[in-house]
Design a protein around this ligand. Structure first.
Ligand code: CA
Length: 598
């Protein structure tokens, strides 16, 4: 660890000393420095801003055509692989889909053999309550430990050197539909984890546990009275209709808030200077809007919280009274951008609802909100109130099939994380081009059974392609370039200091394109569909490597990974119709590919 501290402190000793005085010294202190080491990848999104930007530049636009497979590794699993490996101390760490095997690979040896492998023992009935395949989005590192979440809603800390369990903490009960698929994030001495189960009537929450012992420090819910939600004297939302007492109860009908969704399975970000933790909440339950009149706070909400006590500082609800499953969980990428002639600290969020939000991350004020695909459920976002300007003909109802709604429930972007380059000032966004028909149906709640209440059919949007990889200017809310893809671009993005962007496709292409023009520079067919996120690091030999997990699945790829029948187009919450031909291109697989220049 000394190597990292030495490297990062050489230029900023004074700033580091200020931080040491201002905050208790914990593992997160090391992470704020370790994240700056260009050769490693110690946080799920590379850095606390989840930019997925790497300062490495050995692989550039002139030589990327010579990129070759350096080594591969079979994960031993056949469900969808989301997320990216971590690399530190010449070791690569990653977690697979269920049963969530964690691997530590030794990068100092040819072919990277295992240092250790940890296979959790989980109840075999747990996959039955997973919404959308059996994915997991990655591990976290701090304090000599690897943290990950099991599908059965258990957070586990392993000794990074040995793979032995240090502690485990039960966060939820799969018998009530509670599972975890997200990657944890460590801030200072706490590990933050969310919960999945928005389709099972789970009331979402976010939890902070002590990294040394696993003891729960705080838990804040996405609905309920202010005391449950962590709203107190320091809560200063920007918009008027976010102010008031116990809105997490009063914006719901009856006790619907107790099964109100707002789950928290996306990637989280953190601003060490503002000391604010950012995460977003998902759709309200059920999907039938007529069962839960009201704004349904605090589902579909971007949150800024104090990481120490969990108390909210501001919140912004993107989609009040959601009627489309526009899960708001997508990541918020932190950048400092000039908006309207003023340098602003912003959080940029590509929401499932089809709008890209540029938000002042100190206050929650929306500065820019523009569609990044062919949105038709709303004509725009009113920046005075923060509310969408809806087209009433696209609002779904119980007992009526509303047709041609764009985007679909899968959003123009789902889990696939975008990247931001401080060099080009552009965001690189893997997107879906999907629309849908949606009918609300009455549903009653039974613990551990789906609480969906909608029939959905999904299909390609305008143009007939199902995805695109785009470059986005968040200061103006405009698309800069676009690469159309036959399937959704359901994997993540990586951008490097040599202005190259990497991303993968559901049918298995791993591509490098020019960050300024979108011109294709290189591609490789992995033979396994990609829904994971690329990462890059420096090996012990001083060379730059690029890694990607390949294994199709998730919501979009469930037709293949779960061997679904193609008879019912509305099956898998509408995914079957959208991706019924995926099996013509890829089969079930689980592979890690690592590339380098020869
Ligand atoms: Ca959802």
């Amino acid at each position: 660890m000394n190597r990292f501290i030495h490297w990062t402190c050489s230029g900023g000793l004074a700033a580091s000393l200020v931080l040491l005085v201002a905050a208790p010294v914990g593992a997160g202190q090391d992470l704020t420095m370790m994240q700056k080491d260009p050769g490693t990848w110690v946080l799920p999104g590379k850095d606390y801003g989840v930019t997925r930007y790497s300062p490495l530049d050995q692989i550039n636009s002139a030589n990327v055509k010579d990129l070759e497979v350096a080594w591969t590794f079979s994960t031993g699993t056949l469900q969808g692989l989301e997320g990216a490996p971590l690399v530190l101390n010449n070791t690569m760490y990653f977690v697979t889909s269920f049963p969530n095997i964690v691997y530590a690979l030794d990068l100092t040896k040819a072919g990277a053999p295992m240092k250790w492998k940890y296979t959790p023992k989980q109840d075999p009935t747990v996959p039955g309550v997973a919404c959308c395949d059996l994915v997991n989005r990655g591990v976290a590192y701090a304090d000599g430990k690897i943290f990950f979440n099991q599908l059965d809603a258990t957070t586990v800390a392993l000794d990074a050197r040995t793979g032995k369990v240090v502690w485990s903490a039960k966060q939820g009960d799969p018998k009530k539909g509670q599972t975890i698929t997200g990657a944890p994030l460590v801030i200072k001495d706490k590990v933050f984890t969310g919960i999945s189960g928005g389709e099972f009537g789970v009331r979402g929450f976010i939890t902070a546990n002590d990294i040394k012992t696993g003891r729960q420090i705080w838990r804040m819910y996405s609905a309920g009275p202010d005391s449950d939600v962590g709203i107190g004297a320091n809560f200063k939302p920007f918009y008027k209709d976010h102010k008031g007492k116990d809105l997490g109860v009063t914006t719901w009908k009856g006790d619907e808030w107790t099964r109100g969704g707002g789950t928290t399975w996306g990637w989280y970000s953190y601003d060490p200077e503002l000391d604010l933790f950012y995460y977003n909440t998902g759709n309200p339950g059920s999907w039938n809007p007529d069962q839960r009149p009201g704004d349904n706070k605090w589902s579909m909400t971007m949150w800024a919280r104090d990481p120490d006590d969990g108390m909210a500082v501001w919140a912004y609800q993107m989609t009040p009274h959601d009627a489309w499953d526009y899960d708001g969980v997508n990541e918020s990428i932190l950048a400092d951008l000039e908006v309207g002639g003023t340098l602003r600290k912003v959080a940029v969020h590509f929401d499932r609802n089809g709008f890209a939000y540029t938000v002042d991350r100190t206050s929650g004020e929306v500065l820019v909100a523009q569609p990044y695909g062919p949105v038709n459920w709303a004509k725009g976002v009113d920046l005075k109130t923060g509310r969408p300007i809806e087209d009433p003909t696209k609002r779904t109802k119980q007992g009526q099939n509303t047709t041609d709604i764009c985007p679909s429930a899968m959003g123009f972007k789902d889990q696939q994380p975008a990247a931001f380059s401080p060099r080009t000032k552009l965001f690189y966004v893997p997107t879906n081009n999907l629309c849908m028909d949606y009918e609300g149906v009455e549903v009653s709640y039974t613990a551990g059974l789906p609480y969906v209440g909608a029939i959905v059919k999904t299909y390609a949007g305008p143009g007939g392609h199902r995805g695109a990889f785009i470059a986005w200017d968040a200061t103006t809310g405009k698309k800069v370039w676009e690469i159309k893809e036959p399937f959704s671009a359901w994997g993540g993005a990586l951008v490097t200091a040599s202005d190259i962007v990497f991303y993968g496709t559901m049918e298995g292409w791993f591509k490098a394109v020019d960050a300024r023009s979108g011109r294709e520079l290189w591609k490789f067919k992995t033979g396994a569909g990609i829904i994971g996120a690329p990462m890059t690091y420096i090996g012990p030999d001083g060379k730059q490597y690029v890694a990607i997990l390949a294994g199709v699945g998730g919501w979009s790829g469930a037709t293949v990974s779960l061997d679904l029948s193609l008879d019912d187009p509305t099956a898998a919450l509408g995914a079957v119709n959208a991706f019924k031909d995926l099996g013509d291109y890829v089969a079930k697989s689980g592979m890690l590919f690592v590339f380098a220049l020869d």
